[in-house]
Design a protein around this ligand. Structure first.
Ligand code: DGL
Length: 275
């Protein structure tokens, strides 16, 4: 696909809710010419506490919706959906490329701390599947990995309680549990879309030498490399357009999503869709 009309097709980005806007932001910064269409499945959020069968079904339906919009590449910005359903979504979108967030996060961590010890903070479903452990061990068999489910951090990020006493205490509690038995991580991987908002508080609770890995930028770099090698990059003197779709609650999407995006969103910018 190297026809320039096809290059104008948007990149589809899918998440269970607004958290994936951190990934959209990174892609938009890396590739400002690209048209982006974002789908947040807010009606069925959170995915992180659901069963793999439900998550796979939801992810398949969301992917179908974006496929119908006409996209040139799909980014599964949701860690949980990436952990559960990436292979199925790749088969569904074939021959178009599908990029998840687990592998780019793992790549960034092992690149920065080869042979190191890594702590993955993620949702229950992502941890139960051990997706980060597998990705890290495949890239670096000498690495040590621990995974910690941190469901409360999702709620704190949505509530905007990302700093202060409550956030610190909750993070401390999870880190204490994760480091039991004298495990000293050299990197902490933010294996959930919501956790970049808590990055400063997580860094403050860990020691200064611990590297906090956020997969958004690495994912954006993989998207850029893929479009370049497929010759589907959009080059234009006009900035790309951003489109936002949600399956429920456009007002809440705009209010909370603006924080994840780092700029205000109006509910008039969000289209309500059914899957
Ligand atoms: N988007 C999810 C993830 O990155 C977090 C929110 C949810 O549980 O749906 O794992």
């Amino acid at each position: 696909m190297s026809d320039s009309k096809d290059n104008d097709l948007p990149i589809g980005i899918f998440d269970s809710g607004v958290g994936g806007l951190t990934v959209l932001k990174a892609i938009n910064a890396e590739l400002p010419d690209e048209n982006l269409v974002y789908l947040g499945d807010t009606a069925r959020l959170p995915y992180g506490t659901k069963s793999p069968a439900s998550i796979a079904r939801y992810a398949t339906q969301a992917t179908e919706k974006l496929k119908m919009q006409g996209i040139k590449l799909l980014v599964v910005a949701c860690n949980t959906a990436s952990a559960v359903a990436l292979d199925a979504l790749r088969a569904q979108m074939s021959p178009l490329p599908v990029i998840g967030v687990v592998e780019p996060g793992a790549t960034a961590a092992v690149g920065a701390r080869p042979g190191g010890s890594h702590l993955v903070l993620a949702t229950e479903a992502t941890v139960a599947l051990g997706a980060y452990r597998r990705a890290i061990k495949t890239l670096d068999p000498a690495a040590t990995v621990r995974e910690q489910a941190c469901e409360l951090l999702v709620a704190l990020a949505e509530e905007g309680w990302t700093e202060g006493d409550i956030a610190s205490k909750v993070i401390r509690r999870y880190l204490d549990e994760a480091t039991e038995g004298d495990f000293r991580p050299e990197s902490i991987i933010l294996g959930c879309t919501h956790f970049p908002l808590l990055k400063d508080s997580i860094q403050a609770a860990a020691s200064d030498e611990v590297l906090i890995v956020d997969s958004a930028n690495t994912t954006a770099a993989v998207v850029s490399d893929t479009l370049r090698s497929d010759r589907t990059l959009r080059v234009s003197d006009k900035a790309g357009t951003l489109r936002f779709l949600a399956t429920d609650g456009v007002t809440r999407f705009a209010r909370i999503g603006g924080r994840f995006l780092g700029q205000p969103l109006s509910d008039t910018e969000i289209e309500l869709v059914d899957l």
